[in-house]
Design a protein around this ligand. Structure first.
Ligand SMILES: CC(C)(COP(=O)(O)OP(=O)(O)OC[C@H]1O[C@@H](n2cnc3c(N)ncnc32)[C@H](O)[C@@H]1OP(=O)(O)O)[C@@H](O)C(=O)NCCC(=O)NCCS
Length: 382
């Protein structure tokens, strides 16, 4: 954990709100919600979620403090730092800086969030400067950020180089990111499926797809990965970062061990939620060649969250993606019949996955842009 630093905005930070005391300080993440700092952590989550609802235009996302405290304590596999902006002591925004544990330091994942009533006073810019400096001090020069943009429909839109999806150009975060040198690289669609699904039933859809998947079967489980599939699941997780469409975004290849796979179910369980998983098994080799995970919140009135789904390239074209998604939705309905809906994020250019989701009844509820700024690395002198 790095040391903390406090800074107060001054004129150079572009803060025109004279007389308001704004501080930016690194947040020492508490180990639990009961530990010192736990109350601030809960308040930070409320602020984070209020900002998300305002920019996404949906109340369907909103992670809980119980979920986020687990994610923020996963230093080994998902290291990250957080800086809080306060006005007269109250948390009004935050900046986060995450990185992959693999490889030499090169890429940083950054996010800045400010409560709507405290915007346009320079707090966002100061937070961005703080996290960009922290990342640069670690030797990172590729800055990537994800932002929620709602459903596009404004007069002026911009598109990423992929040619898929648009975002409204006049939204605050779009203006902010462009002004700070970030360019839109990819648009993801946020979609939601509401139960009950329309006819044909999930079982009828499953049976139709199964007709194209001779030589494969679907296994389902809750919580920990059964021992016999752990190595396969570690390999499949490592392929997420290389096989999912990522436009011009940059990621280090990921090193997945059985311990890292186990950490996923451990984290979900510690948050009080349930992890529902399915895998596609190639009967010829008895190996898992695809998987899909869903997280069911402890509050059964909240939407379930679709996490990673992958079928390795060599086994695509057999409707395994459809079978995995449907089998896990059926498992969800069996285990948590009150769950009202499921949310998911997919790249707009990921037609195969969108086809699967649309066929089951997912509808768009928003969009997320992936943005990138590459800072030239200092030239070495001859
Ligand atoms: C993006 C965000 C962090 C900016 O916070 P902020 O405190 O308002 O940022 P600043 O005051 O430093 O800068 C605001 C700048 O954004 C742009 N901007 C923001 N809202 C705008 C608006 N309604 N009209 C025109 N420009 C706007 C302008 O460039 C503005 O600078 P200006 O006030 O000098 O004209 C804030 O809007 C937010 O939290 N959005 C939701 C989270 C998000 O999408 N973050 C994206 C980055 S990961």
């Amino acid at each position: 954990m790095n040391g903390t630093a406090t800074r107060t905005l001054d004129k150079d930070d572009g803060d025109p709100s004279a007389g308001t005391r704004v501080t930016i300080e690194e947040f020492a993440i508490p180990a639990t919600l009961e530990a010192p700092g736990g109350t601030d952590f809960r308040r930070m989550v409320q602020v984070r979620n209020a900002i998300e609802v305002a920019s996404a235009g949906t109340v369907d996302l909103q992670p809980t403090a119980e979920q986020l405290i687990q994610a923020w304590n996963n230093f080994e596999f998902e290291p990250k730092r957080m800086f809080l902006a306060r006005v007269d002591g109250d948390i009004v925004g935050r900046g986060t800086y995450e990185w992959q544990p693999e490889g030499p330091p090169r890429i940083a994942f950054l996010a800045v969030e400010v409560l709507p009533q405290h915007r346009r006073t320079g707090i966002g810019a100061a937070l961005l400067r703080t996290i960009e400096s922290a990342a640069a001090a670690d030797g990172r020069s590729v800055f990537q950020a994800w932002a929620l943009h709602g459903v596009p429909g404004g007069a002026t839109t911009i598109s990423p180089p992929t040619g898929f999806g648009t975002v409204d150009a006049d939204r605050p975060e779009v203006r902010f990111l462009r002004r700070h040198g970030y360019s839109l690289e990819q648009v993801e669609r946020v979609s939601k499926l509401t139960f009950p699904v329309a006819e044909p039933s999930l079982q009828q859809r499953f049976d139709t797809a199964a007709g194209h998947a001779d030589g494969y079967r679907i296994e389902s489980w809750v919580a920990d990965v059964p021992e016999r599939w752990v190595d396969d699941l570690a390999y499949l997780h490592s392929r997420m970062v290389t096989d999912a469409p990522s436009a011009a975004l940059e990621f280090d290849e990921e090193d997945w061990t059985p311990a890292r796979v186990a950490k996923i179910s451990e984290q979900v369980e510690a948050a009080g939620d349930q992890l529902l998983s399915v895998a596609a098994i190639d009967a010829g080799t008895d190996r898992a060649v695809g998987f899909s995970n869903l997280v069911v919140p402890s509050d059964a009135s909240r939407p379930a969250v679709q996490e990673d789904t992958l079928v390795v390239r060599e086994h695509r074209g057999h409707r395994l993606g459809t079978l995995l998604k449907i089998a896990n939705l059926q498992q969800l309905q069996r285990i948590s019949p009150r769950t009202p809906s499921v949310t998911t994020f997919n790249a707009e250019e990921n037609r195969p996955m969108l086809d699967v989701n649309e066929a089951v009844g997912f509808v768009p509820i928003g969009s997320e842009g992936a943005w990138k700024k590459a800072v030239p690395e200092p030239k070495s002198r001859p």
